[in-house]
Design a binder for this molecule. Structure first.
Ligand code: TRP
Length: 418
């Protein structure tokens, strides 16, 4: 009886995903950094040690050579998030560029787990970068909203998670993605034959032991959690979207994401060759720190931990002034004498994400470090930088009515003439 158990049968079939040490994702080391898809914590004020993470995960550093190559291929100066090392790690970017140079384009895939309707500034980072990639490479983009994932992991009803997906989609659309080359979908709504066929193919190749090891699941976890990784993996393959790519099953995929999503895509890259598909390439970003410092977490339930997209200018000003962790000294005299510490100062850190002008940023860094610039002055620069960004996003969101939303979320052919 036991032998006919489908689970056992499956386990025997797969030589499966080979796990080596760096695939096991629950890493907590003596440095106190924990990075997996649900936890990003560090005991250090400067945050997670990213060079160490590259080694742990076995990815590659985005170095000057790669940046220069992207500039050569696109003919454009790279985005400041690349110049500043926010997107700091990658897998197979050179392959994507080699193919692109030969006139073989790729598609972009990114996503969001819609767990709350109050998105914050940090949530915009991967989308701002993805928009830039879409603009300079002029390729199609698919955006997965994992309402299924959030309903499995959080105490959210599937119906409510789906509603959150549609609300979050408006904020994402407001980042300026082109309608003719962007498709946004809710997993719950978009599940269809081609998508499901790929999910099934992936599920067949991955056993429970592997998923437990990569994602730290336990036997008492819902079976939905065990099967979810295949759902996040499937959009990496162009055959999941026949309306966009027709019968082309080997269009390469590039995934911009925060580094905590890498476990999903390591699994994806392991199964890809077994299915005759191309491994997706990746670009990983660091984390956006909470206002209280890089050793704390932003949370939708703590309104003071982040700048939310619906904050008023007054709220933004108050939050930055009252709650942004400062690397400055206790008194003005002491600050003038010793200078501030940009590595832990949240106002400075936020500027590296949002102030585009490199020269201005460098001047601010020098002045703050020397003590010429005071904490209050630095905070004012931050307020003056992010307030217009938030207001502009709010304006853009007003334009995203139900009809616009429907257009982006309707499965359809995208611009892709290759
Ligand atoms: N799991 C991601 C989250 O919780 C959402 C997601 C789905 C995603 N597919 C993705 C993120 C691809 C980046 C790239 O936010």
């Amino acid at each position: 009886m036991a032998q006919s158990s489908p689970v056992k049968g499956l386990g025997e079939e797969i030589s499966s995903v080979q796990l080596d040490e760096k695939d096991v994702l629950k890493v907590e080391e003596d440095d106190g950094d924990v990075v997996d898809p649900w936890n990003v914590t560090s005991k250090s004020l400067t945050g997670v040690d990213y060079d160490k993470l590259i080694k742990k995960f076995g990815s590659s550093k985005i170095d000057q050579e790669l940046i220069a190559r992207i500039e050569k291929v696109t003919g454009k100066k790279v985005h400041h998030l690349l110049r500043r090392g926010v997107f700091f790690s990658h897998r197979d970017m050179h392959t994507i560029l080699n193919l692109f140079e030969q006139g073989k384009p790729f598609f972009l895939y990114t996503g969001r787990g819609p767990s709350s309707d109050s998105m914050h500034l940090g949530h915009l980072i991967p989308f701002m970068f993805t928009k830039w990639l879409q603009d300079v490479f002029d390729v199609p983009l698919v955006i997965q909203l994992t309402d299924d994932e959030k309903s499995l992991w959080k105490n959210i009803k599937p119906e409510d998670a789906k509603k959150l997906a549609y609300q979050n989609a408006k904020a994402i659309i407001a980042c300026g993605f082109k309608l003719d080359s962007t498709f946004i979908f809710s997993d719950i709504d978009f599940m269809n034959p081609a998508f499901y066929l790929n999910i099934l193919k992936i599920q067949k190749l991955v056993n429970g032991t592997t998923v437990k090891a990569i994602f730290g699941l336990q036997d008492c976890d819902s079976v939905g959690k065990f099967s979810f990784p295949a759902i996040q993996a499937a959009p990496s393959f162009s055959s999941t979207f026949p309306l966009i790519f027709g019968s082309q099953t080997k269009v390469p995929c590039l995934i911009p994401c925060a580094i905590d999503q890498d476990p999903y895509f390591r699994l994806t890259r392991d199964v890809a060759p077994k299915l005759g598909y191309v491994k997706p390439a990746l670009m990983h970003s660091t984390f956006f720190p909470a206002l209280q410092g890089a050793n704390t977490k932003m949370s939708a339930s703590d309104l003071n931990s982040a700048i939310f997209l619906n904050d008023t200018p007054k709220q933004i000003k108050n939050k930055v002034n009252k709650h942004a962790y400062s690397g400055g000294q206790a008194t003005v005299e002491e600050h003038r004498e010793k200078g501030g510490n940009c590595d832990v100062d949240i106002a400075y850190q936020y500027l590296t994400f949002f102030l585009e002008d490199d020269e201005k940023l460098e001047q601010i860094r020098k002045d703050y470090t020397s003590g010429a610039l005071l904490t209050g002055e630095l905070k004012k620069i931050l307020i003056d930088t992010i307030t217009p960004i938030v207001l502009q996003h709010q304006e853009a969101m007003k334009q995203v009515n139900e009809e616009v939303l429907r257009q982006y979320m309707t499965p359809r052919k995208l611009k892709f003439d290759f």
